[in-house]
Design a protein around this ligand. Sequence first.
Ligand SMILES: NC(=O)c1ccc[n+]([C@@H]2O[C@H](COP(=O)([O-])OP(=O)(O)OC[C@H]3O[C@@H](n4cnc5c(N)ncnc54)[C@H](OP(=O)(O)O)[C@@H]3O)[C@@H](O)[C@H]2O)c1
Length: 302
Amino acid sequence: MSEDSDQLRYEISDIVYGTWRILDDKEKPSATALAERLNVCLENCIDTIDTAEIYGLYSVEEAIGEALKADPKLKDQLRIITKGGIDVPSGEKTGVSLPHYNATSENLVACVEKSLNLMNIESIDLFLVHRPDWLTPPEDTAAGLDCLLAQGKVKAVGVSNYTYHQFETLDQLMDGRLSTNQVEFGPLEMAPLYDGVFDQCLRKRIRPMAWSPLAGGRLFSENNEAGMSVCLKLMELSPKYGNASVGALVYAWILSVPSNPVVILGTNKIDRIRDVSKAPEIRLDREDWYAVWEAAQGESVP
Ligand SMILES: NC(=O)c1ccc[n+]([C@@H]2O[C@H](COP(=O)([O-])OP(=O)(O)OC[C@H]3O[C@@H](n4cnc5c(N)ncnc54)[C@H](OP(=O)(O)O)[C@@H]3O)[C@@H](O)[C@H]2O)c1
């Protein structure tokens, strides 16, 4: 298959619901409340959720499984992305005494088995190696991902937080192909614009995914100068874009980049899920996109 074949593109909604923080609120959502939240996602064109073995210190996947049990039709409607390969000391990981990465074939296959069991699903739509593991030969990681694809336990595979070269090396060693690189990106973290990661995705015709688009909420912190500057600029622009919220304008700003990164939404608020559904329709003017870049950098383009 040629590198620029359209068949390599993993189709995914522009906005994906991130589940990292879903158990963080003082009052944890019940399975029914979580199922209702996932239904709100579906009603708002968000058909995919992003999770990981480690989220909630290994408890989020189980909570998703309970929500899918509370509303079984969700299983057919939602697509699930999960990740594996981070081991930290916890009751779940006996024998682990120090946080570390493990992207060995054996561990990735075990992670997927566990995720399938916890969420009670037959296959994972997209499985990602959560972080590059400097100690595992990429041939071993590649063998694990190919094995999962061949067994049909995952429909597609990818990586997260990989550099340009780490991605290239792993991709070339696989029989299958990597479908995405999930990296941090937003007005307060623009590294993928400069380090070649987004250009690599363009060349390979795959969509990157942008995690922590609002810098984990720091964008709204009064102590964050760049964040405040970006917020003020977006509030100024809002009337021009139908009074869109700062969040929706940030997502539109991310989606404007030619590699068209998928935005991973990270809220526990139903209203904020509803609010962002219009973001993919917003077309930011060139100068407005650069005005946000300028607000974040504190200077105009060189
Ligand atoms: N691959 C990786 O290594 C990696 C790393 C981190 C995250 N992720 C993925 O990316 C997803 C999103 O990351 P994230 O949660 O950091 O996303 P984010 O959107 O950057 O930050 C979400 C945080 O911002 C807050 N927030 C949103 N709108 C706000 C507003 N208008 N005013 C004040 N606070 C606001 C949210 O609070 P409310 O709940 O109150 O809205 C939440 O605490 C995660 O769920 C996970 O799936 C992946």
